[in-house]
Write a protein that binds this ligand. Structure first.
Ligand SMILES: *[C@@H]1O[C@H](CO)[C@@H](O)[C@H](O)[C@H]1NC(C)=O
Ligand SMILES: *[C@@H]1O[C@H](CO)[C@@H](O)[C@H](O)[C@H]1NC(C)=O
Ligand SMILES: *[C@@H]1O[C@H](CO)[C@@H](O)[C@H](O)[C@H]1NC(C)=O
Ligand SMILES: *[C@@H]1O[C@H](CO)[C@@H](O)[C@H](O)[C@H]1NC(C)=O
Ligand SMILES: *[C@@H]1O[C@H](CO)[C@@H](O)[C@H](O)[C@H]1NC(C)=O
Length: 247
C-alpha cells in the first residue's frame, strides 16, 4: 500500500517538475529586449569597415540611420564596402567629391527597405536608394541574382555581395567588394531607361511571444495503480510524451 501512495504522489510531482522545466526553458528562449540597433557598432564588430564608418560619421549618416532604426518601422539595407574596396578606388576619388557629393555617395549605399538575399531575386530594377532619383544617369542601382549570389551594377561598377554582415527583421548589412559609384557622380549618361519602379515592401518577421502552453494536469483522479509497475511506467512515459507534444 505504501508503494501505491508514493506513486500517486510521485506522478503529480513529476508532472509539476516537467512543467516547471519547460516553463523555464521557454523563458530562457525568449529574446532579450535590447536597445536600438547601432550601425556603427555593427560595422565595428565586423571589422574592415573603418573608412565607411569614417564617412558615415563625417556625413552624419550614422546618426540618421540609427534614428531611422529606432524611430520607425522602416526597413533598411546597407551595402558596406570594405576598407580594401575604398583603397582600390583611383587615388583622390573621394577627395574630388564635395561634402554634398560624399553624402550622396553614402546614401547610394543605403536602400530604404529591407531586402533579404532571397528578396533580391524578385526585386525590380532599378532599386531605390536613399540617394534619390534612380533614373538613368542618376542613381540607378541594379541587382542580378543567381541563387543566393547577388551582383550589383551601377552602370559604373559591377560589384558582388560577398557576405551578410548583419541581418534582423529591420536591418540587413551586406559586405560588397567595391564602392558603388553612381552614374550621377562618376558616369556619363547612357541610353534612356524605362521609368524607375519602387522596391517592394519589406517583409517583417512576426514577433511572436513565446507562450508556453500549459497542459492542465489533472491530479484529482489519480488512477488506481494496484501492483502493476509496468503499467505505471507506461502511463508515466505516455504522460511525459503527451506533455512533450504539447510544449
Ligand atoms: C553607436 O556606437 C558608437 C560606437 O560604438 C558610439 O560612439 C555611439 O555613441 C553609438 N550611438 C548610439 C546612438 O548609441
Ligand atoms: C529611441 O526612441 C525612443 C522613443 O522615441 C527614445 O526615447 C530613445 O531615446 C531613443 N533611443 C536612442 C538611442 O536614440
Ligand atoms: C556575378 O558576378 C560574377 C563575377 O563578375 C560572375 O561570375 C557571376 O556570373 C555573376 N552572377 C550573376 C548572377 O550575375
Ligand atoms: C537597370 O535595369 C533597368 C531595368 O531593367 C535598365 O533599364 C537599366 O539600363 C539598368 N541599368 C544598369 C546600369 O544596368
Ligand atoms: C559590368 O558588367 C557588364 C555586363 O556584364 C559589362 O558590360 C560591363 O563592361 C561591366 N562593367 C565593368 C566596369 O566591369
Amino acid at each position: 500500500m505504501a508503494k501505491q501512495h508514493s506513486l500517486t504522489l510521485f506522478l503529480p510531482l513529476l508532472l509539476f517538475f516537467l512543467h516547471c522545466i519547460s516553463f523555464a526553458q521557454a523563458q530562457a528562449q525568449a529574446p532579450a529586449p535590447s536597445g536600438p540597433t547601432n550601425i556603427t557598432k555593427v560595422l565595428e564588430k565586423a571589422g574592415q569597415f573603418t573608412t565607411l564608418i569614417k564617412i558615415l560619421k563625417a556625413t552624419q549618416q550614422d546618426d540618421r540611420l540609427n534614428s531611422q532604426l529606432n524611430n520607425s518601422n522602416q526597413g533598411l539595407t546597407v551595402f558596406a564596402p570594405t576598407d580594401n574596396a575604398f583603397a582600390n578606388l583611383k587615388s583622390g576619388t573621394l577627395n574630388t567629391l564635395n561634402s554634398q557629393q560624399q553624402l550622396q555617395l553614402i546614401q547610394f549605399h543605403i536602400l530604404p527597405a529591407l531586402y533579404t538575399l532571397s528578396q533580391f531575386q524578385t526585386a525590380s530594377n532599378p532599386l531605390s536608394t536613399q540617394a534619390g532619383n534612380s533614373g538613368d544617369g542618376q542613381y540607378p542601382l541594379n541587382v542580378t541574382t543567381s541563387g543566393n549570389q547577388v551582383n550589383i551594377t551601377t552602370g559604373v561598377v559591377n560589384a558582388t555581395v560577398a557576405n551578410t554582415i548583419y541581418s534582423d527583421s529591420q536591418l540587413a548589412v551586406y559586405q560588397v567588394d567595391q564602392v558603388l559609384l553612381p552614374l550621377a557622380l562618376f558616369g556619363s549618361p547612357a541610353a534612356p531607361a524605362p521609368a524607375p519602379s519602387k522596391p517592394e515592401k519589406s517583409v517583417r518577421a512576426a514577433d511572436s511571444p513565446s507562450g508556453s502552453s500549459d497542459p492542465s494536469v489533472d491530479s484529482s483522479g489519480v488512477m488506481s495503480l494496484k501492483n502493476k509497475p509496468v503499467a505505471v511506467i507506461t502511463i508515466i512515459y505516455a504522460v511525459m510524451a503527451a506533455i512533450c507534444l504539447l510544449i
